[in-house]
Each structure stands twice: as C-alpha cells, then as structure tokens.
Ligand binder design. Structure first.
Ligand code: NAD
Length: 429
C-alpha cells in the first residue's frame, strides 16, 4: 500500500533527458541539496497546479472549419497570480507549455515579482493564417481559457509569434466577455491600450544588462567583442542592437529564414531594415550566407540563443568558441550541454534571470494599468536595470557561497522563495 502514497511521475507527459519538461525536472533535482528544510515541499515544483487543454475551432476565410489545440498551464500560484506568455507555434505541446510555465515560476521568484508561473500556447503555424483568421483564433482561444485567466488570477503576455496586436485582441475578448475594459488581463499591449513604454525591447534589454554585468566579471570588454545571435525576433534583435551600441560586433545571426556571417560585424541599421522588409535575416546583402549547423562553430565571444528550447546540445556545447552564453530563449541548453559548458569554463547566464527583463516590465505595465498612471521610458529602464542587476548580484553571491553554477543558484534563490510561500500558506484543506 505504501508505494501508492509515494509521488508517481505524471501520466500526462513522457519527458526525456533533453525534452523541456525533462530538462526542468533535472534542474529542480540539482537544487534540492541547497533547499534545507524546504526540500520536503519540492514535489510541489514537479507538477503543474493546473493544466487546461482547449479546442480552438475557427471558420477559415474559404468557409472550411479548422481546429487547433490550445493550452494554458498554471504551474505554481503560491506567490501571486500566474504570469507568462502565449506562444503560437506548430511544435507547441502540453509538455513544452508545462516546462515554460514552470520556468516562469522560477523566473518570477528569482527577480522577486509577486507572481506565480504560467504559460499558454496554440499548436499552429500562424504564417499560414490570414489576419482575420489569426484574430478569430486568438479570440476563440482567449474565450476558452477565459475561465482561468484574469487581472488577479493569470495574466498572459507575448512570446514566440505573438505581439502587441494579439494582446489587444486578447484584452478586448476578455473585456467583452466580462463587460469591462480589463486592461490588466494581459501585458505587452499597444501603448494607447494601457501598454508600457519599453516593454517591446525589455527582454532584449535584460539580456544586455545581465550580459554586461557577466562580461565585467570575466574581464570581457564589450567594445569589440564578437556576438552570435540565434533567433532574430523580439528578444534576439533587441539584445543585438544594444550590444552593437556598446561597441560589440554582431558577427553571426540565425533565424528560420537563414544563417548569416560577417566577421567585421553587421551594419545593424541595414540588417534591421532587411528583417523588417523580408521577415528574417536570410538574404541579407551585408553578410555571407552560412549552412545552419556552421553557426555553432563561429568565432565569437558571446553566444545569445534567442529562439527555441533545446538548441545547445552536448555536441554544440563542445564546439562553441564563446566565453559567455546569454540565454535569451527559454530552455535553450539541455542539462548535458550545461555540464560541458561548465567544464569548459564557459559562463552561462541562465534564462531564468537573463530573459527576465520582459516579465519585469510586464509587471510595471500591470501596476501602471491598476493605478492608471503611466511612467516615462527612462523611469521604466532605470527601474528595470536596477531590478535585474540587484537580482543577478544576489544570485551570484549564492553561486559563490555554494560554488554552484548561476543556473542552480538562480533555482536556489527562486525555489526558496516559492517553497517558503508554500510552507507559510500551508496546505488546504
Ligand atoms: P519571436 O517570435 O519574436 O522570434 C523568434 C525568433 O526565433 C525568430 O527570429 C525566428 O525566426 C527564430 N526561430 C524560430 N525557429 C527557429 C529555428 N528552428 N532556428 C533558428 N531560429 C528560429 O519570439 P521572441 O519573443 O523573440 O522569443 C524568443 C525566445 O525568447 C523564446 O524562447 C521565448 O520564450 C523567449 N522569451 C521571450 C520573451 C518576450 O518578451 N518576448 C521573454 C522571455 C523569453
């Protein structure tokens, strides 16, 4: 009988060592020795509080009906309402959304925002939809997950292939269903709908700010440093622009349209204009095209994965020339690769602190919406930089004290906060 009382693995997912949920579980296991008496609550972190799967049917422009699978997962709500983005991508699965929601719990606690962790997604290639179809899908999805989201319960935001326009449709749909104008139900909205200045570039800015601090600690001069960026969307391009402004050379970039290289560094204004016109870096005239796998061999000082999970495999970790890895993406490094990077003395600023700039300004946006009082972009950036640097320094102290990686140290700081809240609240009933 006792065996049935010990926690059993979740039956709904089948993680492997390198899958997102498998990676997350391994990261949690690694932090247990540093949790002291709170370790008795650790199982809380290994299962989502709530996972909703919804059918999203829409009428296509040609009259056919299409169905999409949608998800919203609330991983942990001990410290506050759920917070986390919504992703539209053909590879979205329940397991991926569970991992992304869990990383949000850790990230929000690591920067001490009063939030739990959540994430959502639809399994769809949005490039195949017209604007009207995209709007119908977004609205139906919002309506379906409307039973668990809300300004005080769970607040979505943009992620891969979602943007301020999609947030505006989500806000409007939720508002129509509740008979209110609920600006605080999502963040990352357009500015005149209660959005915050600085939000669009906030994640990239956080990558830069934490990267600058990390570079200082390993005596890496940003002026002249060579930077390789994978994923040239919201996060990757904003980070690249800031490194470029600090005097670094962006020597390689990769996205779904191609891989480009120029050891002298790209002209960023030209590259940004090219991406705006063509939807990606592929075909940029100011660089040489490269085979996609060669991206990982490029001579660079800083590597910024800013696309999807699982990109830095053990094999790529052995090949990279970078001294510093800044995880703009969520979950880009698998655990075996993490160990190889550590052995090779390559410093990794992990996702759960490195890309926390976006959710930090989302928090500012939510606070501004409730108070209906909006801050200047300078105020936003000053507060953002202060929170990011303060959080990173605290994590660094923990890493130095226990002689552990920044990732395990971030988990240690964050999990202590989450599990303390769990313990103080006690178990209901
Ligand atoms: P985005 O949709 O703006 O950009 C995604 C980029 O990844 C695009 O350039 C796309 O071409 C590229 N990409 C997609 N598949 C690829 C592949 N197989 N190989 C190479 N490149 C590929 O998304 P984003 O908001 O910039 O998000 C990127 C990452 O950052 C994601 O992991 C996301 O979860 C994470 N993140 C985003 C935010 C945010 O505020 N948007 C915050 C924290 C973390």
């Amino acid at each position: 009988m006792t065996s049935t009382l010990t926690p059993m693995p979740l039956s709904s997912v089948h993680p492997t060592a390198d899958s997102p949920w498998g990676t997350y579980l391994m990261q949690v296991d690694r932090v247990v020795p540093y949790l002291g008496h709170l370790a008795r609550w650790v199982e809380t972190l290994k299962r989502p509080k709530r996972a909703l799967i919804v059918d999203v049917p829409i009428e296509l422009d040609d009259g056919r009906v299409a169905h999409f699978e949608g998800f919203r997962v609330q991983h942990n709500l001990s410290r506050g309402p759920g917070k986390g983005g919504v992703r539209f991508h053909p590879d979205v699965t329940l397991e991926e959304v569970m991992a992304l929601a869990a990383w949000m719990s850790v990230k929000n606690a690591a920067v001490n925002l009063p939030y739990g962790g959540a994430k959502g997604g639809i399994r769809v290639d949005p490039a195949l939809l017209s604007r009207k179809e995209l709007e119908r899908m977004t609205r139906r999805y919002t309506s379906e997950i409307g039973i668990i989201i809300g300004p005080h319960s769970d607040i979505p935001a943009p992620d891969v292939n979602t943007n301020p326009q999609i947030m505006a449709w989500m806000m409007d749909t939720y508002s129509m269903n509740t008979g209110t104008t609920a600006t605080g139900v999502v963040t990352g909205k357009p500015i005149h709908l209660g959005g915050s200045l600085g939000r669009v570039k906030a994640t990239g800015r956080g990558v830069f700010v934490t990267g600058r601090e990390a570079a200082r600690r390993i005596d890496l001069e940003l002026a002249g440093a060579r930077v390789a960026v994978q994923g040239f969307g919201n996060v990757g391009s904003a980070a690249a622009e800031l490194f470029n402004q600090a005097g670094s050379r962006i020597v390689a970039a990769q996205d779904h349209t191609g891989t480009i290289h120029n050891d002298r560094g790209f002209d960023m204004a030209d590259l940004m204009a090219h991406v705006k016109e063509h939807g990606g870096v592929g075909g940029f005239k100011g660089a040489e095209p490269m085979k996609s796998e060669e991206f990982w061999d490029v001579a660079c000082d800083i590597l910024i994965p800013a696309a999807l999970e699982g990109q830095i495999t053990a094999e790529r970790a052995r090949r990279t020339k970078a001294r510093l890895v800044l995880e703009g993406a969520n979950g880009p490094t698998v655990p075996t690769a993490d160990d190889i990077l550590a052995e090779r003395g390559i410093l990794v600023v992990p996702d759960v602190i490195c890309n926390a700039g976006g959710v930090t300004v989302s928090y500012f946006e939510w606070v501004q919406d409730f108070s209906s009082f909006f801050w200047t972009e300078d105020e936003i950036n000053v507060r953002l930089d202060k929170i990011m640097i303060g959080a990173l320094r605290r994590i660094w102290d923990t890493a130095d004290r226990h002689r552990i990686t920044l990732r395990t140290a971030t988990f240690a700081v964050a999990c202590e906060r989450i599990l303390t809240a769990r313990e103080e609240r006690g178990l209901y009933p």
